[in-house]
Design a protein around this ligand. Structure first.
Ligand SMILES: [Zn+2]
Length: 251
């Protein structure tokens, strides 16, 4: 099974990163996509085990207020040259609004533009920004961009639009929460376009809710999603791993 989205290069793992990775392999994971920023931290971590770790590079919508197109796109280009498998996470978050919306749109558009040019997939964060997300996704998909709507909590309509463009939809531990209301969306994604992720250190699945999340907790999310879809956890683990390999061209 593959954790398609984890922030394991972040400081929350500085004290015990090697142990976190070891627990992931023991739990049966075969690969983890480390979500990076414009620094080299994710790249450097991925280089410690390049057969089982890949990395992305991008500017999160929360950080869009710091986005400087020249500097940051150059940094992402450098990380792509170093082997980044995706651009992101990038996107729009109008729930927290940690950055002005105009800046979020600017940073997201610039990263979609880079994706169109480099043919790399985008990892998209979207929260309460459906119309703008759909518009930019439609535009970039028309230019050949593919990607994943990660940690998806949006509407069936947005998920369906992603699926229609050949994009992927990824679910996290939120799908195990008692308050989760997205089972219709979970059930609607075609087998070949579904991904799973931890989004560690955030959003630990039940029964670990409230703890720091880590990749070893992925089976709990897989079990919940498999139950909704009426398949075995084993088969969901395998199909979502194949999907991650295809989208991110993991080798
Ligand atoms: Zn994330």
């Amino acid at each position: 099974m593959i954790d398609s989205h984890a922030h394991l290069a972040g400081e929350k793992f500085d004290g015990d990163r090697a142990a976190v990775l070891e627990r992931a392999w023991v739990a049966g994971l075969s690969h983890i996509v480390i979500i990076g920023e414009t620094t080299t931290a994710a790249r450097d971590l991925a280089r410690t085990d390049s057969a089982r770790l890949s990395f992305s590079a991008g500017v999160h919508p929360h950080e869009a207020h710091t986005f400087d197109a020249q500097r940051d796109i150059a940094a992402i280009r450098g990380l792509i040259a170093d082997g980044a498998v995706a651009i992101g996470e990038c996107g729009l978050d109008y729930f927290y609004d940690h950055s002005p919306r105009e800046q979020q749109l600017h940073a997201f558009s610039a990263q979609l533009e880079l994706a169109a040019e480099t043919r790399l997939p985008v990892v998209v964060h979207t929260r309460q920004a459906e119309a703008d997300t759909a518009a930019l996704m439609n535009e970039s998909a028309a230019r050949g961009v593919v990607g994943v709507l990660h940690c998806f909590t949006g509407s069936l309509a947005l998920a369906q639009a992603a699926v229609d463009h050949g994009w992927y939809v990824s679910f996290s531990g939120i799908a195990t929460f008692r308050t989760w209301e997205g089972n219709d969306v979970v059930a609607a994604i075609p087998d070949a376009q579904l991904l799973v992720e931890t989004d560690a250190p955030y959003l630990a699945p039940v029964p670990f809710r409230g703890k720091r999340n880590e990749s070893a907790f992925l089976p709990a999310t897989i079990a919940a999603i498999a139950a909704v879809r009426g398949v075995t956890p084993q088969s969901l683990a395998e199909s979502t791993a194949q999907n991650a390999i295809r989208l991110f061209q993991l080798t």
